[in-house]
Design a protein around this ligand. Structure first.
Ligand code: SF4
Ligand code: SF4
Length: 103
């Protein structure tokens, strides 16, 4: 993990990190938005399109996520799974779509 990201994690970490974190698989997503509607913390937002041209979900603020897994449970397409590699998932969320976090 690079130093800047580690600093961000340390600065932003409001509490203990969850045991699980969603892992979005854009290629499997059909853009229905069910995961967004099922997130009790309103963490998710439909963002840019995947290779099939449909909008896919991404986490607005990974530090809000409780790791409840409701987003993954409601997805019948397997577009979101959960991972126990929480720091790697946060790193991916923050790095892959930095435009979300600069809004
Ligand atoms: S990840 Fe699943 S539930 Fe979420 S928008 Fe894509 S297909 Fe729908
Ligand atoms: S794991 Fe729970 S809190 Fe986190 S994004 Fe999914 S539904 Fe929201």
């Amino acid at each position: 993990m690079d130093e800047e990201l580690q600093r961000n994690l340390n600065d932003k970490k409001p509490r203990k990190l969850p045991k699980k974190m969603p892992w979005v698989l854009p290629g499997s997503c059909e853009g229905c938005g069910d995961c967004v509607n099922h997130c009790p913390r309103e963490c998710l937002k439909m963002t840019e399109t995947n290779a099939k041209g449909v909008f896919v979900p991404w986490i607005l603020d990974p530090f809000l996520c409780s790791g409840c897994g409701k987003c993954a449970d409601c997805c019948i397409m397997g577009g979101i799974v959960t991972t126990e590699y929480v720091e790697q998932a946060i790193e991916r969320f923050l790095k892959k779509r930095p435009e979300i976090y600069s809004q």
